[in-house]
Design a protein. Structure first.
Length: 420
């Protein structure tokens, strides 16, 4: 007959195994709580995916530790958790936000354990010992790992500050903060009294290592491709992101279009994405174009795979859509209110939305839309009729809202569509 300790270990293992079967949804739930409750973790939207990877790796380790009765004192922080700490350090997120994330995550996980324990067939005399074992393992693990990630954070923060303490980074930050002195660019070997096109270049793979050399090379090649008059100004934002200003001199526009630029990047630097602001002049234009590039990047990250390789702030609809992504739940509700059934996340609804977009862009002409889509005009007419039925009214009413809602569906996909 099994001993008391063996029975406790067996029950703990069963509970951990049951929780581990729901690893993905539990990860999502806890990640959302941390993101909502700790504002400092929202410094950069791209960090959200890395936060999820950190949470998942920690949960997976805890569950396996409980399941296989492993001593938590011998464990080290998972690689994803270490990388997340490094990335927070690079973005200047306070270390107490990282510590709080572990404590808040522990609290939420404990609630899940209580729920699981309540539904398990645990003999009354073993309930307290089982719970004590789980709490002890969790506490020891969190204490040990949180210390490790804080140490990683502090080392990375020191390294990153040393890297960023050069004259270039300091001067760029001064200009972005409002310094309008044209001579401020002298220390940067960059002329401020000209037209600029600001860009942000990043690696879309959040698991990538230090990619700055490749990103900087891409910045120089892009500048040459679109007609930069001298070398671009490049500043590292983190290990996978660079800020770029391309000097255009007196030119009012880049020499190549954004579609051509996207093809160029895809061919030369696969896996790299880019956002650009509009062309603007002088120190204020230096800031304005960078701000547009930042907002375009935020939209690109929210759009995920729906985003093009190059997201341009001055492309039609981008500046407006960038205002709709701060509260995706509200945007989703608004899209549904405007489009109703046409906002469904289905292949049929997607076809209807695509047709209506072209139909509206061609001033409600079935014939012109049919030519663009390569369809018979009766097919376009039928699809528009079906789309109007799904919406509950035709497209002459509130047309601007309809076009914007369709654009949101095109860019943001499932994030604003109605499931099912």
């Amino acid at each position: 007959m099994a001993s008391h300790d063996e029975r406790v270990a067996l029950l703990v293992g069963r509970i951990a195994a049951s929780l581990n079967q729901r690893l993905v949804p539990l990860t999502g739930d806890i990640t959302e709580v941390l993101y909502a409750e700790i504002p400092d973790l929202r410094a950069d939207r791209q960090l959200f995916d890395l936060l999820g990877a950190s949470v998942e790796s920690n949960l997976d380790t805890i569950f396996h530790t409980l399941q296989h009765d492993i001593d938590p004192e011998i464990l080290d922080a998972p690689a994803a958790a270490m990388e997340y700490a490094r990335r927070l350090a690079q973005h200047g997120v306070p270390v107490n936000a990282l510590v709080r994330a572990y404590r808040l995550g522990q609290t939420n996980l404990l609630g899940l354990v209580f729920d699981e324990l309540g539904g398990a067939a645990v003999p009354s005399e073993l309930g307290v010992p089982v719970l004590q074992r789980i709490i002890t393992v969790m506490s020891v693990y969190i204490d040990r790992v949180s210390q490790q990630v804080v140490e990683v954070y502090e080392r990375e923060r020191e390294r990153w500050l040393a890297h960023q303490s050069g004259v270039r980074a300091v001067r760029v930050q001064e200009i972005l903060a409002g310094n309008d002195d044209p001579d401020a660019g002298a220390a940067l070997n960059y002329v401020l009294l000209q037209r600029h096109l600001a860009a942000i270049i990043w690696v879309s793979d959040t698991d990538a290592g230090d990619m700055l050399a490749r990103i900087e090379a891409a910045a120089h090649d892009v500048a040459g491709f679109i007609g930069g008059v001298t070398d671009p100004l490049f500043v590292a934002a983190d290990r996978v992101t660079g800020w770029v200003w391309i000097p255009l001199g007196a030119r009012k526009a880049a020499r190549r279009g954004y579609s051509e630029l996207g093809d160029f990047l895809t061919g030369r630097y696969p896996g790299i994405a880019m956002s650009v602001g509009g062309v603007a002049h002088g120190p204020s234009g230096f800031r304005h174009s960078h701000g547009g590039a930042q907002r375009a990047r935020t939209l690109a990250l929210a759009a995920g795979r729906n985003a093009p390789v190059v997201t341009a702030y001055d492309e039609p609809g981008v500046s407006t859509l960038s205002l709709l992504i701060d509260d995706l739940a509200a945007t989703r509700a608004w899209v549904h209110a405007v489009l109703r059934g046409l906002a469904a996340d289905s292949d049929n609804a997607a076809r209807l939305r695509d047709t209506v977009q072209v139909y509206l862009a061609n001033n409600l002409s079935n014939v012109t839309a049919a030519k663009e889509l390569g369809l018979h005009y009766n097919s376009v007419k039928y699809r528009v009729k079906r789309a109007a039925e799904e919406r509950g009214e035709d497209f002459t009413r509130d047309r601007l809202a309809v076009e914007l809602a369709l654009l949101a569906c095109q860019w943001l996909g499932p994030a604003v569509l109605t499931p099912g």
